[in-house]
Design a protein around this ligand. Sequence first.
Ligand SMILES: Cc1cc2nc3c(=O)[nH]c(=O)nc-3n(C[C@H](O)[C@H](O)[C@H](O)COP(=O)(O)OP(=O)(O)OC[C@H]3O[C@@H](n4cnc5c(N)ncnc54)[C@H](O)[C@@H]3O)c2cc1C
Length: 466
Amino acid sequence: MTHPTIIWFRQDLRISDHAALCAAAANGPIIPLYILDDETPATWKMGAASRWWLHKSLENLNTKIPLVFRRGRADVVIADLIAETKASAVYFTRDYAPWSGALEKRVKDVCDKAGASCHRHGGFLLHEPESIRNGSGEPYKVYTPYSRACFASGEPRALKAVPQFKIYPTAKSDHLADWDLLPTKPDWSTGLAESWKPGEENAHALLYQFLDEGLADYAEGRDRPDKPFTSRLSAYLHFGEISPHQIWHATRSAMAKAGGGLDRSGEKFLKEVLWREFSYHLLHHFPHFPDLPFKPEYADFPWAENPQALKIWQKGQTGYPIVDAGMRELWHTGIMHNRVRMIVASFLIKDLLIPWQDGERWFWDTLVDADIGANSASWQWVAGCGADASPYYRIFNPVLQGEKFDPEGAYVKKWVPELQSVAAEFIHHPWDMAVPPKSYAKRIVDHGVARDRALEAFKKIKKVEA
Ligand SMILES: Cc1cc2nc3c(=O)[nH]c(=O)nc-3n(C[C@H](O)[C@H](O)[C@H](O)COP(=O)(O)OP(=O)(O)OC[C@H]3O[C@@H](n4cnc5c(N)ncnc54)[C@H](O)[C@@H]3O)c2cc1C
């Protein structure tokens, strides 16, 4: 009798360009396994919006390859499944979360104990975090030389075709619906369902739509939340419904086809994909990134204890239109434009003096693209305490940012209906109108006063950079 091979799906919920699946399928009949492991990350359990996406993504993948759903600690589940099916091998894609190295080691141990072989493949990143080093053999802490080193390392490997696979028939499975990944009482997911179609083919459709319609304007327009000039691929990338290799090669092809016309925007877009790589490079080498400031002096920062202000920020009721629009977009759709993420994060940390970790946690729960690498690196970047971070004295002015990046106020009007009839002239500072709209929140702080207070507070940190 042929022994089956387990292919353990993780953040690689696709069948194309899947190195581990290709290798497993070449081995004989496969058991495609997905494990809901809420035990392994002790403090970073998957957030609510991510669970919604995961459910939809698994439903989609299950139509392409019949999954065995199991729940529990991944190494224990895999040990049980090997014992039940006499599987002779386990294949999986490497993950880079701080808890994953130890988990992958435990999986290897249970395989060794059961006499099964264990095979770990890449695929979530273009560059393994160990493979890019500076001249002294150290990890990079600054993005620009890191990205140069990535470009200099050559083009990513060629794409892998969907393999022929034979399913091993008899492993028992949970019902996905019993995992309660979707919200019920209350069901707050209507906005997510209106905004997204998770799944591999939808990721590819979005990529090609972006390459045809958005890429040309990307370099100039990517900072405009009122325009559709970014790819919106982050959640698909996070769940591995599309690989960064597929994005990279498709972008290169679009650039080549355009005969130079897309070079500037194409390079800019590829550099953003490398920001994702850089955040995992940092996370791998500095695994405390999600919890502690990379620059240790920031641990002494005199944060305010202000749970009420945190709630007001979460609900999008700060009285600053661009901040409120962003927070309401996040709640409704599970996503927020990158420029607005920077503005709302700066507002929380610097205008309200609320710890960056509180904002990071809220994003973790509400973003469909919540990602342990990109989220922690980005929050630390805005706070000024990360590697290659924005300096502490850079405090976004929400009025000027709004006027620059949402000049007509179209983005604000979409998400803050109380301001629907406000003229563009006042849309980012309605408090200056002779009669401001009564239904809209009053400003929680005066930005000028808050800015001075933040600068004073930041001065108190020992050894802060000049
Ligand atoms: C405070 C804050 C928190 C963030 N949290 C997350 C998060 O949890 N998950 C997440 O994927 N991104 C996060 N980002 C980065 C960025 O905002 C999103 O990746 C981007 O908005 C996704 O939209 P897009 O796919 O249209 O991006 P595009 O502009 O089309 O970029 C293409 C891809 O590049 C990657 N990318 C782009 N910018 C960044 C960046 N600054 N850092 C890392 N990767 C990047 C993403 O995978 C993105 O899909 C955060 C940024 C900030 C300022």
